[in-house]
Structures are given as structure tokens and as C-alpha cells.
Design a protein around this ligand. Structure first.
Ligand code: ATP
Ligand code: MG
Length: 433
């Protein structure tokens, strides 16, 4: 790096705060989550879609809402060289809705979609809260009834099952229509207005801009006044109430346990009716793993035809942390076979042999020792690679057309095998592993 004076600076460059490098030993967990989610969406008929990381700032302020934490305090916003005001996406829904409208995907059609990728929020970095983080996100467009609400929950519940995650619980609520929310909002302003003295600075600000968010406060000093606040569920319009009751009935029919939490309001303005959140006690303060809800007004609000919609997003970092906290073995990333090649002839013939083994054993993982070394040092590397077996060839074995097979994870002894039958013998051994 060259500093202002033209001299090389010796300051080591580091990643931007809150933006993580994902190192090779972590990736198997990520790949497990991503692979499992991809299969899950295929099973339920959801199609993948990908949208840009950067959108016009206006898209987010018009959808997520001017007076939300995300838009007020957390977005990475900049003017590009052409003078356009752009933001890194803080969530996926707004971009998906924009793209679906732009490409006519919602015209007389229903859509089940999913996407995954990096999101950006300028929050205070801490365990489970980062400035670049990753979400898996799904959305369903054009379905009005509560059956799709239940399907989305079923799908997430199945994802936890497939990943072996038990320590999560589901809370659900209904925010009603924008009209019933407005009426409730007025009641809240009146109620909290009478308790101004108890409120903290954040809540006083929200009292003006977004009073529902006061219910979300984690300040213990507010717990009591929030506990006595009027409850939204009691101010629902009859249609929303009916929708919510049928939704809860479907969850029961599907055998998914849930709790109704009348204080669950979610931090984004676009939600209406059903909202939900899966949370955990295994991760400390960052306890939300997956959250979402219905946003029936958003498509029209962004210029599309009125289209009911619902979706959820899960945080991959938090899911990976949950998997790791559960203490199970890391998902397999080690090669099946490590080839130890000692001597000139063994090295020369080894590369071609490795290719034949990969042809015969696709997916087994065949890693070849590179750069030579003694038998002993190569076997050390073989062990460190995590491979199940080492195939050991020295010039003597090469001359005789054989290889030694050395199981690395069991007490079974070494055995010799002719090159012609090697792939078959390895297949057998790896199957047993
Ligand atoms: P939180 O209450 O923890 O701030 P949120 O309500 O802001 O979460 P959403 O906007 O609903 O979260 O995003 C969906 C999911 O994305 C969350 O449940 C969480 O798992 C994850 N998530 C959100 N913000 C972050 C972040 N800064 N770092 C890591 N994961 C995050
Ligand atoms: Mg947040």
C-alpha cells in the first residue's frame, strides 16, 4: 500500500469491521445449510431467483419504511459516479418484489421463489450480528389464504428437522390490515403518551415516528409499561382475525408447536396480518434465527398490481452457530483417499492413477500429495487431511504394479492391492467407513 507521501505503508490491511472472512474449516457448515435449503425449496416447488446487491435507495425507504432502524441508521448508502443514490441491500424482499414487478412475474401468476446471499446493515458488530451477513429468503406471491402462511412455516420446520436443530421455538402474531394497525397505533400513542416519563430516548423518538416499535424494546426498565400496553390482537379487524385463526388451526393440523405473542411486531413497515419468528436460547442476545410475515400491500405500493405476498428470511451465520453449538461432528469435507507417492516413478504414474480413481469413484475425494517428501512426512499430511485411507506407492510398488492401502481412521491393518483392482477395493473400504 502506498501512503500519501508515496512511501509503502507497512500497515497490514484488515477486513472491514463486521464483515467476515469465511475460512475453509467453516465452509462445510455453510455448504450443509445451503445444500439442505436448496433441496428443501425444490421439494416444495420454490424456484431460485437472484437479484443485484445494489438497488436505488428509494426502493428500501419506500418498502421497509422511512422510520425504521434499517433505513434510518443501518443502510450503506452512497452516490455513484453518475449521481444516483444507491444502497447495498439490507434485506432481500424489496429487491425480489421490484424484480418480479419489472419482469412481469406477477401478472396473472402465482410465484413461489427463493434466493440467498449477502445483506448489509451498519449495526454494532457482536456475536451473531454483523455488517455483512447472509440470508436464505423465500417469498410466495399471489396467495391470499392462510394455507401458504402455514406452508412457509412447515417448510422452515422441516429445515430444522433436516439439519437436526431442536432448540428453536416459533412465535406468531397478526398485525391486521393497515387500517386496523392505524387504529391500534393511535391507541398506543395515547397509552405511551401517558407514560412519557418512563420511556427512554429511543422510545420517545419512536413514539413520534413508529410507536409499534416501542413494543420491541429490550430495555428492562420498560418491560412493565410495555407489559400493560394495549394488545394488538384485540384490535384486529374481523377478516384478519379469521385469517389468523385459520392459520393457527393449520399449524395445529400440521403438528407445528407455536405460541401467540401479541408483542411480536417486526421491524419493517411492510408487514400486515401474519408475522412470525423462530428464535433460540442457544445464541445469547442474538436470538432470532428466522423471521417473516405477510406483506399484502407491498407489491402495489411499489407500483405493481395488488398482489398478496408472504415470505421469511433466515440468517445463515446464526444457523451455522446453532449447528456448531449443538456439538455434532463437522459435516464431512475430508477426502476419502490421500495418495502418498514416494519416488520418481511413483510420482510420475501417480497423477494418472489418481485420475482413473476419480473416474471410478466420483465424489469420493482423491487428494494427491504434492511436492514429494519422505513416506513419513507424507503419511503425516495424509492424516492431517482427514482422509479415510491412504494409498501408498513407492518406486518398489510402482515397479510391481501394486499399491499399499492404509486405513487411517481404524485399526485395520495395511493391505496390498494390484493397481487393476484398486478402485474396487477402495470403494468397498469407503462404503464401510
Ligand atoms: P434482529 O432482531 O436480530 O435484529 P431482525 O428482525 O433485524 O433481527 P430480519 O430483518 O427479520 O432480522 O432478518 C431475518 C434474519 O436475518 C434474522 O432472523 C437473523 O437471523 C438474520 N439477521 C438479521 N440481521 C443480522 C445481522 N446484522 N447479522 C447476522 N444476522 C442477521
Ligand atoms: Mg435487526
Amino acid at each position: 500500500m502506498v501512503d500519501g507521501g508515496g512511501r509503502m505503508s507497512d500497515r497490514r490491511l484488515q477486513a472491514v469491521r463486521g464483515m467476515n472472512d469465511l475460512l475453509p474449516d467453516e465452509l462445510p457448515w455453510w455448504q450443509l445449510v445451503e445444500r439442505t435449503a436448496r433441496e428443501l425449496f425444490a421439494d416444495y416447488g420454490y424456484q431460485e431467483m437472484r437479484v443485484p446487491l445494489v438497488e436505488r435507495t428509494e426502493l428500501f425507504s419506500r418498502s421497509i419504511g422511512e422510520h425504521t432502524d434499517i433505513v434510518e441508521k443501518e443502510m450503506y448508502t452512497f452516490e455513484d459516479r453518475g449521481g444516483d443514490l444507491l444502497s447495498l441491500r439490507p434485506e432481500a424482499t424489496a429487491g425480489l418484489v421490484r424484480a418480479a414487478i419489472e419482469h412481469g412475474l406477477l401478472h396473472n401468476q402465482k410465484q413461489r421463489l427463493w434466493t440467498a446471499g449477502a445483506m448489509f446493515r451498519h449495526e454494532r458488530p457482536q456475536a451473531g450480528r454483523y455488517r455483512q451477513f447472509h440470508q436464505i429468503d423465500c417469498e410466495a406471491f399471489g396467495f391470499e389464504g392462510p394455507d401458504i402462511d402455514a406452508e412457509l412455516i412447515q417448510m422452515s420446520a422441516r429445515l430444522w428437522r433436516r439439519l437436526g436443530i431442536r432448540d428453536v421455538r416459533l412465535r406468531v402474531n397478526s398485525l391486521g390490515t393497515p387500517e386496523s394497525r392505524r387504529a391500534y397505533r393511535a391507541r398506543l400513542v395515547e397509552y405511551f403518551g401517558q407514560h412519557r416519563a418512563t420511556l427512554d430516548a429511543d422510545s420517545l423518538r419512536r413514539l413520534e415516528s413508529n410507536p409499534l416499535r416501542i413494543l420491541d424494546s429490550r430495555n428492562p426498565a420498560l418491560a412493565e409499561v410495555i407489559g400493560r400496553a394495549p394488545v394488538l390482537t384485540e384490535h384486529l379487524d374481523p377478516d384478519s382475525r379469521g385469517h389468523f385463526e385459520r392459520f393457527c388451526g393449520l399449524l395445529e393440523a400440521c403438528g407445528v408447536p407455536y405460541e401467540v405473542d401479541p408483542r411480536l411486531v417486526r421491524g419493517l413497515d411492510y408487514y400486515s396480518r401474519t408475522v412470525f419468528e423462530w428464535s433460540t436460547q442457544a445464541l445469547g442476545a442474538q436470538d432470532a434465527v428466522c423471521s417473516g410475515g405477510r406483506y399484502d400491500g407491498l407489491v402495489a405500493q411499489l407500483g405493481g398490481e395488488p398482489t398478496p405476498a408472504i415470505g421469511w428470511a433466515l440468517g445463515i451465520e446464526r444457523l451455522v452457530a446453532l449447528l456448531q453449538a449443538a456439538g455434532g461432528p463437522a459435516p464431512g469435507a475430508a477426502p476419502g483417499v490421500y495418495m502418498v507417492l514416494a519416488g520418481e516413478r511413483a510420482e510420475r504414474e501417480g497423477l494418472a492413477l489418481a485420475e482413473r480413481l476419480r473416474d471410478a469413484l466420483p465424489g469420493a475425494g482423491v487428494q494427491v500429495n504434492m511436492g514429494g517428501g519422505s513416506f513419513k512426512s507424507q503419511l503425516k499430511r495424509a492424516d492431517r487431511s482427514g482422509a479415510a485411507v491412504a494409498v501408498v506407492i513407492g518406486d518398489d510398488e510402482a515397479a510391481r504394479g501394486v499399491a499399499a492401502i492404509k486405513p487411517l481412521r481404524s485399526d485395520a491393518g495395511q493391505q496390498e492391492c494390484g493397481i487393476a483392482g484398486l478402485a474396487e477395493r477402495l470403494a468397498e473400504l469407503l462404503r464401510r467407513n
